[in-house]
Design a protein around this ligand. Structure first.
Ligand code: LLP
Length: 431
């Protein structure tokens, strides 16, 4: 369920016509529905209400501070993977006691920042990272709450680039030998061992891989218990998939029921790190058709958004439905919807059924709320687009469109190049 619907053939976000926003702020822009974000958060978090748990929204999936604030107001925490994401979460008002920190390459500076902030948990992914955390915590004279991310070697049956829990992936510590790292951590003066973590991949459309990893984790926690190590926090990561096209992902109710059944005897606080399942279908990318043209074999619809704005189609061959902002009687046709970037891989849809559209038409790229803006870049020196959040009959600019000035912020021409631009050229051409 989401709040992008047609009223009188005009696409609306809640009660606001998408075309009205486009007319007022220009295109392209990301558009989020506050009501959908709220509804999705509750639909995910609600079924776990009967057990001690915490839903930490995966900041990487949609990082805008207004959106992080919304989830914080609903009782959510944050799953972060960098100092920058910690900064965002704090700026949004997320309670540090609800922040978990994942990722294989945390720097000492980042560890220090998070320790000073007093976050809930560090999800440690290697022995060397553990040693670094012990050192930094000792320097600060504090104790670091730690969970280890184990790699259960389970196939999440998703795109290879977003599988993370296979033995060949860079993530986590092999579950077979992880008890040795726990034993080591137990001896460290500034480490408090509290959890086991696991995140096996993203866009999972089956419950079974989650349950398979849980089985392995349960066996693992028993092994730890036999060594006198008690686990109080179980972090199952994110990964629940959404419908982009014809996928049939499990409903959050079924996902929660299966997990609750499995962990009933574990006596742990459950931590979850959902991203896509909450934000994915709560946002769209709105773009305008610049030109249309035909090659001998194809029709191209050239729009003003490109792979720098939404990387998923180029990066993973991901499907995003394209819908008209104003419905017409022209029907649909197979075409490529492409951006202005100088790369053949710059497409939002390829050989896809899309609305027949003409110059000036507005198109909505659906299911773009997760890993959309947060993966955007300035490639081809394109200012990043605006982000808008609708709440009922109002819309709010939650990130202004970048300007050309923003593009060169921080860049500098060193003194030796400050002479007139072609002086060097003249010198070489004389010699
Ligand atoms: N926790 C950890 C440790 C993660 O690495 C991720 C995602 C999540 C939670 C959230 O997973 P979700 O619930 O959103 O599936 N850019 C890719 C997705 C990369 C996911 C990376 N990790 C895409 O656009 O499909």
């Amino acid at each position: 369920m989401n709040h992008f619907n047609y009223q009188n053939r005009e696409l609306h976000c809640e009660s606001v016509p998408v075309a009205k926003i486009a007319a007022e702020i220009g295109t392209p822009f990301y558009l989020y529905s506050g009501a959908t974000l709220t509804q999705h958060f509750k639909a995910f978090d609600g079924p776990f209400a009967s057990i001690p748990h915490l839903s930490c929204f995966a900041v990487k999936s949609c990082s805008n501070i207004a959106i992080l604030r919304l989830f914080a107001s609903l009782g959510g925490g944050a799953d972060i993977v960098s100092g920058g994401e910690l900064f965002r979460a704090l700026a949004a008002g997320v309670d540090p006691a609800k922040i978990v920190y994942s990722g294989v390459g945390k720097t000492r500076e980042e560890l220090e920042y998070a320790l000073k902030t007093k976050i809930l948990q560090f999800n440690i992914e290697s022995e060397q990272e553990l040693e670094a955390l012990q050192e930094v915590a000792a320097q600060l004279g504090v104790t670091a709450p730690v969970s280890f991310r184990v790699n259960p070697d389970v196939d999440p049956q998703t795109h290879a680039y977003i599988s993370t829990g296979l033995a060949k992936n860079k993530f986590g510590i092999p579950i077979e030998t992880a008890d040795q790292v726990y034993a080591k951590a137990m001896q460290m003066a500034n480490i408090k061992v509290q959890g086991v973590s696991c995140h096996i991949g993203s866009q999972l459309t089956l419950v079974s891989p989650f349950i398979e990893s849980l089985h392995k984790i349960k066996i693992f926690t028993k092994k730890l218990a036999a060594q006198g190590i008690t686990i109080t926090h179980l972090d199952l990561g994110g990964g629940l998939g959404i419908q982009y096209d014809d996928e049939t992902p499990p409903h959050p109710d079924d996902y929660a029921a299966a997990i609750k059944k499995e962990i009933a005897d574990l006596n742990c606080t459950l931590i979850l790190e959902p991203g896509r399942v909450i934000a994915g279908n709560a946002g769209i990318l709105v773009t305008r058709v610049h030109y249309t043209k035909h090659s001998p074999t194809k029709k191209f619809v050239v729009v003003d958004a490109g792979m720098n704005d939404l990387a998923r189609p180029s990066l993973y061959g991901a499907y995003h439905a394209i819908r008209p902002v104003s419905e017409t009687d022209l029907g649909s046709e197979v075409a490529d919807v492409v951006g202005p970037i100088c790369e053949t891989g710059d497409f939002l849809a390829r050989d896809q059924k899309v609305p027949v559209s003409n110059q000036g038409d507005l198109l909505a790229v659906m299911s773009a709320g997760a890993y959309g803006f947060s993966m955007a870049s300035n490639y081809n020196s394109r200012p990043r687009v605006a982000e808008i959040m609708v709440s009922g009959e109002q819309y709010h600019v939650i990130r202004a469109r970048e300007t050309y000035e923003n593009l060169i912020k921080g860049e500098a021409i060193p003194e030796f190049l400050m002479a007139s631009p072609d002086s060097e050229h003249r010198k070489t051409s004389k010699s």
